[in-house]
Design a protein around this ligand. Structure first.
Ligand SMILES: Cc1ncc(COP(=O)(O)O)c(C=O)c1O
Length: 357
């Protein structure tokens, strides 16, 4: 947690205490817009294009509710390497008529691009695609997918959760239709601050069905239905903004912007390469691409009984994560040092060797 976050959360409490209901008209009501604008330059989005939500699932739900699934164009194409929330949510749209196609991967690390592109055709409406796969840290060929989707009239929802803040992301240059993500990872913004980007020309035309009073052009007039939509990004908002988590998210965005994503990427490649060299020297299997251009910020090392090894690393204060079927996820960020990488990998070798007996 950034030190500044503690101050910001304290400021929330003090504002609530001192200003009470008046705080809404003194910045709270617009806070989603303000915080979205802090995030926008980090991901190559223009000001006013990002709305804030509880998480990716909610943000994807808002997008999915902008479309219908009962006409000829009703196919949703995903790969089996997507984060489960994306698959669960869109699978649920079968009940509204969606034809959900899951494209299998060959190796569990990379998407089979050719197979994915073939699945996207004139009947496709949405292609939810993680820019970086959570399972392997593989950087997907988003440009090729977006080009193909646009050629046949489909929309791509880029999930940039595993990318934002660690690799350069330029949503405008990619011509992504939508992007979603959260702040728990590289953005150092903590839980409860999911975000939704909508391409500005598209945003002006879309009318989400999953909508609440905060998306009304004049919410405080409390008009009868049907809703008169606000302009973007408010039209994608549901109800009352998630004020405390907007306070806790902003310091992370500011710091990532101050350090700069290019500098973060440069250091991340140095640290992850060092980690990979250690893992190779120890003979461990890597479930992450070896090529720098294909790998984002995470290194996934598979060792025998990796769940137990991950738990032991954490017990020894080397903070990692574990994914069944993938291995130990190690995610050094800009604040880590080379000495910490050497320590983490040395500790892992000790744990694995001790288990061999
Ligand atoms: C690619 C990706 N999408 C989504 C999520 C989380 O979804 P939600 O914000 O709905 O919890 C994660 C979390 O690890 C993720 O890696």
């Amino acid at each position: 947690m950034p030190r500044r976050t503690a101050r910001n959360v304290q400021e929330f409490a003090e504002t609530w205490s001192a200003r009470g209901v008046r705080a809404w008209s003194e910045g709270w009501w617009e806070l989603g817009h303000t915080v979205g604008d802090l995030l926008a330059p980090i991901v190559g989005a223009p000001a006013g294009s990002i709305s804030m939500h509880q998480n990716v699932t909610v943000a994807q739900g808002v997008i999915a509710s902008c479309f219908t699934y009962d006409g000829r164009r009703r196919k949703i194409v995903l790969t089996d390497l997507e984060f489960p929330t994306n698959i669960y949510l869109f699978e649920g749209f079968r009940r509204y008529g969606a034809d959900v196609v899951i494209v299998p991967s060959d190796d569990g690390i990379r998407t089979n691009l050719e197979r994915l592109l073939e699945a996207i055709d004139e009947t496709t409406i949405l292609v939810p695609l993680s820019l970086v796969l959570f399972r392997s840290s593989y950087i997907q060929q988003a440009r090729a997918v977006i080009e193909r989707a646009h050629r046949v009239g489909a929309h791509v929802i880029l999930d940039i959760y595993q990318a934002a803040g660690v690799i350069p992301v330029d949503l405008a240059a990619l011509e992504a239709d939508f992007a979603v993500g959260g702040s728990v990872k590289w953005l150092c913004g903590g839980p409860g601050a999911g975000y939704l980007y909508v391409r500005p020309d598209l945003a002006a035309r879309l009318e989400p069905a999953f909508v609440g009073w905060a998306a009304h052009a004049e919410p405080f007039v409390f008009e009868a239905a049907p809703i008169r939509y606000a302009s973007a990004p408010e039209r994608f908002q549901s109800g009352t903004p998630n004020v405390p988590t907007l306070y806790s998210a902003r310091a992370g965005y500011e710091i990532v912007a101050e350090v700069g994503v290019d500098a973060i990427r440069e250091k991340s490649l140095r640290l992850t390469r060092r980690m990979i060299d250690h893992a190779k020297a120890a003979g461990y299997r890597l479930n992450t691409p070896d090529e720098d251009a294909e790998r984002a910020g995470v290194v996934i090392v598979d060792v025998p009984d990796s769940a137990r090894a991950a738990a032991e690393l954490i017990r020894r204060q080397v903070i990692v994560d574990h994914r069944p079927g993938a291995g130990i996820r190690m995610a050094p960020h800009f604040y880590n040092t080379e000495a910490e990488i050497d320590h983490a990998m040395g500790t892992l070798v000790e744990i694995v060797d001790a288990a061999k007996g």
